[in-house]
Design a protein around this ligand. Structure first.
Ligand code: UDP
Length: 208
């Protein structure tokens, strides 16, 4: 696991290309929390699809959000294909929803806690229900929809800060989810923060 933590450090800040060069498969990404949770260090994960990679190459702020991520996984055929074209093929496709499920399964085995933030009320509630059904041993500490004003946002950050979840899944879409984590990095205190885009809509069955 030390090797993995070192690899994360080495990978930090290498830019859009580096994401595709990261070679982080599902196993590796899930195992990351081994180094994140005990140290209570925050690691931010971007599952980058072609749209995210494109946006990051066009907008400085979005590029920085990708560049400063602790780990970037290729989400989708476009990202995997790009890695082959660039001559640095990645191990496998890692979509946000797959990583979420894998981390929950791992969390259920290891007694990790989790918090869900984002999406419409029914999506967040439906995902929480599903996670409790599928992984009763995962300690789901709470959830909140992704539509909040500044005042509610402050309360949410305080709530998450106090709960200190090992896993924080943020489903606000890129770049909002990454901005949320990055801007509140010091206060969130979570282990692994994964931007999961529309995953709650899928897991709750609202979108297929
Ligand atoms: N969303 C949210 N708050 C907002 C805007 C969007 O919670 O202010 C949610 C939205 O309901 C959806 C998710 O963010 O569940 C974005 O999903 P999308 O598939 O567009 O994101 P992507 O995977 O493309 O980043």
């Amino acid at each position: 696991m030390a090797m993995l933590a070192e690899e994360v450090e080495a990978r930090r800040g290498r830019g859009v290309d580096s994401g595709l060069n990261g070679n982080a498969g599902l196993d590796e990404s899930a195992a990351l929390n081994e180094s994140a949770a005990p140290a209570r260090r925050l690691l931010r994960v971007v599952t980058a699809n072609a749209e995210i990679l494109y946006a990051a190459s066009r907008h400085a702020e979005q590029g920085a959000l990708l560049k400063n991520a602790d780990i970037i996984t290729p989400d989708g055929g476009g990202a995997v294909k790009a890695s082959i074209t660039l001559g640095r093929p990645v191990a496998e496709r890692v979509a946000g929803v797959d990583l979420l499920c894998r981390l929950c399964a791992e969390g259920a085995r290891r007694g990790w806690s989790a918090y869900l933030l984002g999406a419409a009320e029914e999506s967040a509630a439906g995902t929480a229900k599903r996670l409790r059904q599928d992984w009763p041993e995962l300690r789901l500490l709470g959830w909140h929809n992704g539509y909040f004003d500044e005042e509610e946002k402050e309360k949410l950050i305080q709530e998450i800060s106090g709960l200190k979840p090992d896993l924080l899944f943020v489903a606000l879409g890129f770049p909002a989810q990454d901005r949320f984590v990055e801007e509140n990095r010091q206060r969130l205190g979570a282990g692994l923060c994964v931007g999961v885009g529309g995953s709650f809509d899928v897991l709750s069955g609202r979108v297929r």
